[in-house]
Each structure stands twice: as structure tokens, then as C-alpha cells.
Design a protein around this ligand. Structure first.
Ligand SMILES: *Cc1c(COP(=O)(O)O)cnc(C)c1O
Length: 391
């Protein structure tokens, strides 16, 4: 177990923490969070009205280079709405990856559509353009403006790649493949705020993209999400549908469709504004941490999962690859028993009871990762932060 002890020693030294529990990823509040929250409470606008929501949306649009950004109560709700606004309907099919967090598959299912779980690339851990191309060649045909599944007769209404742990999918190739079938691209960029593919921000390559600001993400609003789009009509509709679809009027309560109460509150957005101001600092710290892990694992039995050339990952969660499932379990057991939190990757979607009967391809790479991925502690290290909090 000597190799494993050295991993625990490394992580404890990286966090300058010899005894206390080290979590996988916890938030950092080092900026104007308290100031903005106080402003928010002083203004008395803590709920659906207030200046921070619009400000947070503008900050996210500017940061990502998206023309529009529409806030939502969480990333799952943002994805649900994005799918609906891109025309996904009951009994359609939506292509995604089997190796993802449950929210991706759930959001697709909320629309009544059926997910199709395809394989990921070994270089990115994200949806493979080659696998999508192959699956479409075998299963899809174009009829009019849409692609249909020849076997099931269903419309293939969208494709949702996910940028796993912040590593960008080969999104340019994927966009090309989808374009030739006229299938809308909707990116689940929940984990990749700050990640770039050839200089362009993830979540801005398709018709829409979504971000998450859950407590474990690179920045947090407590809970929150964002819909990114360059399409003005879609942005206006996103705002409408996430706020109960109320027709603007001085006093009448008239609603013109079935909307949702998916709005982000001003309190959450106040946190978001402060967190956005420190995002670049977090990314620099997380990239430094990744550098340390990369160096440490260079000549070891483990492979440090690195960013693709030409991409910038936010290294939201760092990953090592073990030689097999047995070794993965040894690493997990040892590190967790020593108070250093590590985790495996999510169970593949098609292995969960509610998603067992959906279409898949071979999923060779997904199964390979499922057996071997270990996530390492990845919070930004800030001197004295934990101690200040404990006081
Ligand atoms: C976090 C996450 C989401 C959305 O999460 P919320 O907790 O609803 O904000 C969606 N997809 C992926 C891949 C995620 O990691």
C-alpha cells in the first residue's frame, strides 16, 4: 500500500492539512459575497425581482461570450427548459452519453423524450463525434428538416454532449456531424464554466448550452443554473417559460402557456455576482493543483487525465485512471479511510433501473472509464481558508 500512502501524503501536503478531513470539492467565498448579500437584504428584493439577477446574467454572457444568458434555479431546470425551447417533445429521441451525471438523462426524460446513450472518447471522457456519426449512419435518415430513427420511427430531436469534469468534448467535430443531420446541439456545460475549446467557451457551440452553480461546482450560488444562447427569440422565451409564462401587465394575471417556476432568486444571484468576480482566480488555482497532480503521477502506475491539446480545462475535478476496477477500489478504500475524499465516476446511465431499456452503442470506452476513474480532491487551495472557516 506504499504507493497509496504517498497519494494521501501528497494530497495532505497540497492542502497543507495534516489531520482534518479533505473533501472532494467545496466552495470558496473570498470576495464580495457578504457585501452583496447584505445589499440584497437591505434592498428588500430577495426573491424574483432585484438587480442581481440581471447583473449575474450579463456577467455570465460576457464571460462565456454568449449573446444571451438566462438564469434558472438550477442546472437541471436550465437543461429541461433548453431542450424544450429547442423543440424536443414527447416521444422524440435525444442523443447523449451514458457516462454522465444523472441530471443530463433526467432533464431529457422530463420532456417526454427518450435518451439514446452513446459512447465517449478516450481522450476527453465526453460524447464521441465518431460514435455519434456511426450511430447516425446506421440508424438515422433525413426526412424534410428533421432526422428520424429508421428502426423506432422516432424523430431525433437533439444531441446533448457533456463536458466531463471540465474537459471539453471534441465539440467542433460533433457540431459538424450534427449539422449534416440538422440535429440541434445543446451542451451540458454544467461542469465546464471556464473551459475553452480552441479559445471558445464550452456551452456556446450549439443552439443552447447550460451551466450549473450547485454547491460542488467551480462557482456556486447555493443552487443555480444558466441557459446560454445566441438566439434572441430563444432567450426571451427562456425567460418567459422559467417565470410562469406571465404576460407582462401592470396588474392582470394572464399566462399564455404552461410555464415553470424555475427562476433564480435575487439572493442566489447576489452570491453568483461575487463568485463570478473570483472565477479566474479559482481557475488559476485549480490549474496549479492539476499541474501538481500531473507532475506527481508522471512516472507512477496511475494515469493523470489531462486536457486535450488546444483546449483549456477548468480541471473542475481531477482524475486518475487506475489499471482496473480492483485497483480502483483499493485506491478508494485506502484514501477514504484516511480522511481524504475520493470518488469513482457515476454509474453508467444504461445500468440504472429507469434507463436500462434505452438504445446504446457498444459503450466500450464508457465501461473502461467506469472501471478505472478516481476523482481526487480538487477544491481551490487558498491559504488559511479552512482555518478561518473553522474559527
Ligand atoms: C451538476 C450537473 C448538472 C446540473 O446540476 P444542478 O445540481 O441541477 O445545478 C447537470 N449536468 C451535469 C453533468 C452536472 O454535473
Amino acid at each position: 500500500m506504499d504507493g497509496l500512502k504517498s497519494i494521501v501524503d501528497l494530497i495532505r501536503s497540497l492542502y497543507h492539512e495534516q489531520e482534518a478531513f479533505i473533501p472532494l470539492h467545496d466552495p470558496r467565498f473570498i470576495g464580495n459575497e457578504k457585501k452583496y448579500l447584505e445589499e440584497c437584504i437591505d434592498s428588500n428584493f430577495v426573491s424574483s425581482v432585484g438587480e442581481f439577477v440581471g447583473k449575474f446574467e450579463r456577467m455570465c454572457a460576457e464571460y462565456t461570450g454568449s449573446k444571451y444568458a438566462v438564469a434558472a434555479m438550477n442546472g437541471t431546470a436550465a437543461l429541461h427548459v433548453a431542450l424544450q425551447l429547442c423543440g424536443v417533445k414527447r416521444d422524440d429521441e435525444v442523443i447523449t452519453q451514458s457516462l454522465t451525471f444523472i441530471a443530463t438523462a433526467n432533464a431529457i426524460t422530463y420532456t417526454g423524450a427518450k435518451p439514446v446513450f452513446l459512447d465517449v472518447d478516450r481522450e476527453t471522457m465526453g460524447l464521441s463525434p465518431d460514435r455519434v456519426e456511426r450511430w447516425l449512419a446506421e440508424n438515422a435518415e433525413k426526412r424534410g428538416d428533421s432526422a428520424y430513427n429508421k428502426k423506432t420511427g422516432r424523430r431525433i430531436a437533439a444531441c446533448v454532449p457533456m463536458h466531463t469534469f471540465g474537459h471539453p468534448v471534441k465539440i467542433d467535430r460533433l457540431a459538424e456531424v450534427l449539422e449534416s443531420y440538422n440535429i440541434p446541439l445543446i451542451e451540458d456545460a454544467a461542469e465546464s464554466l471556464g473551459s475553452l475549446f480552441r479559445g471558445k467557451h464550452t456551452g456556446t457551440f450549439g443552439r443552447a448550452g447550460i451551466l450549473s452553480f450547485n454547491g460542488n461546482k467551480i462557482i456556486t450560488t447555493g443552487g443555480g443554473g444558466m441557459i446560454l444562447t445566441d438566439d434572441e427569440k430563444l432567450a426571451v422565451k427562456a425567460k418567459h417559460i422559467t417565470t410562469q409564462a406571465k404576460v407582462p401587465h401592470a396588474w392582470e394575471y394572464v399566462h399564455d402557456m404552461t410555464g415553470y417556476n424555475y427562476r433564480l432568486t435575487n439572493i442566489n444571484a447576489a452570491l453568483g455576482c461575487a463568485q463570478m468576480e473570483t472565477l479566474d482566480q479559482f481557475i488559476a488555482l485549480k490549474r496549479e493543483l492539476a499541474f501538481q497532480y500531473r507532475e506527481f503521477f508522471k512516472d507512477s502506475e496511475f494515469i493523470f487525465f489531462d486536457e486535450l491539446e488546444g483546449c483549456r480545462s477548468n480541471f473542475w475535478l481531477n482524475v486518475i485512471i487506475t489499471k482496473d476496477r480492483k485497483r480502483r477500489d483499493e485506491v478508494l478504500e485506502y484514501t477514504n479511510s484516511k480522511g481524504v475524499m475520493t470518488r469513482p465516476i457515476w454509474e453508467l446511465m444504461n445500468r440504472l433501473p429507469m434507463y436500462r431499456d434505452y438504445q446504446t452503442d457498444g459503450l466500450e470506452n464508457s465501461c473502461w472509464f467506469a472501471d478505472r476513474v478516481v476523482n481526487l480532491p480538487s477544491s481551490a487551495y487558498i491559504e488559511g481558508y479552512g482555518k478561518r472557516r473553522a474559527r
